[in-house]
Design a protein around this ligand. Sequence first.
Ligand code: NAG
Ligand code: CU
Length: 248
Amino acid sequence: MFKLALALSLLSALVSVRGHGYVQEVTSGSTKYTGYLPYQDPYYNPPPQRIIRKIPGNGPVTDLASIDVQCNGWSEGGTPGSAPAPIYATVAAGSSLALNWTAWPDSHIGPMITYMARAPSDITKWNPGTSAVWFKVHELGKTSDGKWAATDLLTASKSIYTFTIPSKLKAGQYLIRHEIIALHAAYTYPGAQVYPSCIQVQVTGSGTSLPTSFVSFPGAYTASTPGIVYDAYTNTGAYPIPGPAVWS
Ligand SMILES: *[C@@H]1O[C@H](CO)[C@@H](O)[C@H](O)[C@H]1NC(C)=O
Ligand SMILES: [Cu+2]
């Protein structure tokens, strides 16, 4: 067992050196939830229970028409997209969630964006498929002085990205879809690299609001969406963050 653990930690160290990444930990108040660890979890029996849906590894999705762009793909038992995870976090509307990313390569500049989707039924069984159910709750692109969400701001905050669950959001179960879109090869399509993570939560509180317009994944991003094909090295002006406006 010790040898296995050692081999696994060496393997994950090697993999993190090679680049890319994923959300490895979610913190709500004083509660920490370990993320789905693609280089460790599959080797345990029984597998650890996580609030983040399975991902195949630390690599990106570049085919924006694929269901994989939703939760970083992991088709299982014929289910398109990521299989539901067995548990969820409980978070209060109006509170913030801190998402801890694995070491992010400096070259992979781009925006960090977060969507939510309300589960019509048990979040541990629900899969949104291609339905338009997603609304944007937070986004960071490039600041006016040229700092990118990834990697400048993320590095400055010790690899922690923080956003707030909208305070007026109706209580219930939601899937949070958080992503970095890396733009280092986005001068053409396909090129932009999407690194999504899907986190299952139960939102508590007395809010009563829901948005009225929604997007789908796949669907929200195409080759002609502003900010998807983008030369991040020659464009020195403002960056158009892909997708709809943040719900307010
Ligand atoms: C992020 O998670 C890693 C792995 O659990 C941990 O070692 C690191 O301290 C965390 N970062 C912060 C700022 O909490
Ligand atoms: Cu990469």
